[in-house]
Design a protein. Structure first.
Length: 593
């Protein structure tokens, strides 16, 4: 999924007394403080983080209050200029990461540190002894400090790191890495051994580790390693868009592919057919799963890895981005006793995040929830999850048939791909089970036509279907460099935006965009927000299904009943300053009047 909006947390050792001061100052209510303290005791979290995550106060309000109470200044690191390398080197990276601080200025014998926890005095004493300087602190956002640490404490850039790795390589593997197809055919056994050796070679391991670690730090969803006749390319998909990264030289192509095949338990000698596998690893203490796909191309093998980070799944349904009208329908159908709820959208549109978030909210010891997936992307506590394995006959349909003998209350089918699967799912829905699944269509009404094309009787579709959700993920404007600008109202009307939805001042409408900063890697975007089109299968829509009406008619009736289309949802988010017009145009089409 989705991806959800970034949670800004503050790592502050706040005492109960400080919480009481916030109540006395009117920043918090007593009820809010009591609830926050209960959460803190239960989860062993910092009180500041609880207050912000519970949306009792904003991060900025908390920082300004602490600044006043502690008698120290509050600064925004995103508004400061670049920090000199000689200042960064005064504080070791390990200390900066562990204590969430960063040096920002040195004037004569005084070193200024930006800290997230002003009460952590012990580390300040240590740094004073270590540097021989007087230490002064200012308060800053934890999120901004983390961003600055990632920016300045890379001992070297990715390109620099690759250069260092290349220097450490003695070049002994040059012949192995440049083995052509003819030579492999002539001496296949020897080449297999050589390829495995090159895949285990230390510089290759370092290169692969660097590529994977940088992708996780960049919050990428996918890694593309692509072969071209004279070069290799490495690209990360960040917030839905591919960004090119520094890449190793072409001569390392085969060895790098071999290393990834070894990690994914694939056949390193096979270069003719596609291969799929999984890699499990830990990066910076985070458990990461990689779905690996290797595809033979004319200049080599293209490798694409989907990064599955379970921490990205901790999303409440309220944070996904549903508009109020759509959320009301979704909540009602999600809690229905039986029927089918379908989530549609292209790969990478956040369908899994929406499904898992819904299942998490329904998860209860009194309910038996079972899923059949290909693959199981995230492990959900208390839910029985089955991995599809077509090689042994465990397909979606076979899994579903077995589920019906396992006394389930709620069933989730990873994807409806064929007539057999949808037929069993409909039968399950008509016999007292609540079913969730995904389908690939462009919009919500199109799912009905797609099911009909599979050969399902319209009567069964109308009887079982509760709702269809179509979704996309749009990039959100970076909050650190967000700025307003004005456009002419007629220009927006030309994009199909109704004048009634706009706030017009002298023929102009104020919109927002990201200027580009370190927080968003100069893109102007940070994080993604969901766009949702929720089709409520009402009696009128069921009648259209029975009559085999065209999708345009179903959409027309659904809109007349209040359905918010993907375009409508995008328009609202543009006018609220959540995303940009460019994103709206990129992801949605103008709805027919």
């Amino acid at each position: 999924m989705a991806e959800a909006t970034q949670q800004h947390t503050i790592s502050l050792s706040l005492s109960k007394r400080l919480g009481e001061l916030m109540v006395e100052s009117g920043v918090l209510t007593q009820d809010q403080l009591t609830k926050a303290l209960e959460i803190q005791r239960r989860d062993s979290s910092k009180l500041g983080a609880v207050l912000v995550e519970s949306k009792f106060i904003t991060e900025e309000t908390l920082l300004e209050f602490l600044s006043q109470q502690c008698g120290i200044s509050y600064v925004s690191l995103s508004k400061l200029g670049p920090i000199a390398d000689d200042i960064i080197k005064l504080v070791p990276e390990q200390i900066a990461r562990q204590h969430i601080l960063i040096p920002i200025q040195k004037v004569k014998n005084k070193l200024t540190l930006a800290v997230a926890d002003p009460l952590n005095v012990l580390v300040l004493d240590d740094l004073k002894l270590m540097t021989g300087l007087d230490v002064e602190i200012v308060l800053a956002s934890e999120a901004e400090i983390h961003t600055a640490i990632e920016k300045y404490y890379a001992a070297m850039t990715s390109q620099g790191a690759l250069e260092e790795i290349l220097k450490s390589s003695n070049g002994e593997n040059g012949e192995v890495e440049n083995v052509d197809l003819k030579k492999e055919e002539e001496n296949a056994g020897a080449n297999i051994i050589s390829m495995k050796k090159s895949g285990d070679d230390a510089p290759i391991i370092q290169m692969v580790n660097l590529i994977l670690a940088n992708a996780v730090k960049a919050k990428a969803s996918d890694i593309h390693i692509e072969p071209f006749p004279k070069e290799m390319k490495v690209r990360y998909r960040i917030d839905g868009v591919l960004h090119e990264q520094p890449a190793p030289p072409k001569r390392f192509q085969n060895a790098l592919a071999s290393r990834l095949k070894i990690m994914a338990n694939l056949d390193i000698a096979e270069h003719r057919v596609p291969q799929d596998g999984r890699i499990k690893l830990k990066i910076d203490g985070k458990e990461i799963d990689l779905r690996v796909s290797i595809l033979p191309c004319s200049p080599g093998e293209k490798i694409v890895m989907r990064i599955l980070d379970s921490s990205g799944l901790k999303v409440n349904l309220t944070d996904l981005g549903f508009e109020p009208e759509a959320d009301k329908i979704f909540q009602r159908c999600m809690k229905a006793p039986y029927g089918i709820n379908l989530i549609t959208g292209p790969t990478g549109s956040g369908k899994s995040t929406t499904l898992y978030s819904a299942l998490n909210s329904l998860n209860d010891p009194e309910i038996n929830i079972m899923t059949v997936e290909d693959p199981v992307e995230y492990q959900l506590k208390g839910i029985n999850q089955v991995q599809v394995n077509a090689d042994v006959g465990l397909t979606f349909a076979a899994g579903l048939r077995s589920f019906l003998r396992q006394d389930p209350d709620i069933i989730m089918v990873g994807e409806v791909r064929d007539l057999e699967t949808i037929t069993i799912a409909i039968n399950a829905a008509l016999t007292g089970h609540l079913v969730f699944s995904t389908l690939h269509t462009n919009d919500a009404p199109g799912a009905i036509t797609r099911i009909g094309m599979m050969g399902v009787d319209p009567f069964l579709v109308g009887s079982a279907l509760l709702m269809v959700v179509a979704q996309r993920l749009t990039r959100g404007i970076c909050k650190e460099c967000k700025e307003p600008y004005e456009v002419d109202v007629n220009w927006l009307k030309g994009l199909g935006i109704p004048e009634s939805a706009m706030k017009i001042t002298k023929g102009k409408v104020t919109l927002y965009k990201g200027k580009g900063c370190d927080n968003c890697a100069k893109t102007g975007y940070r994080g993604r927000i969901g766009l949702y089109e929720v089709l409520d299968v009402t009696d009128e829509v069921r009648k259209l299904i029975l009559d085999k009406s065209p999708v345009t008619k179903i959409k027309e009736v659904a809109r007349s009943q209040g359905m918010i289309t993907l375009r409508d949802c995008a328009v609202r988010k543009v006018l609220k300053g959540v995303t940009t017009v460019d994103e709206m145009i990129r992801l949605t089409v103008v709805d027919a009047a």
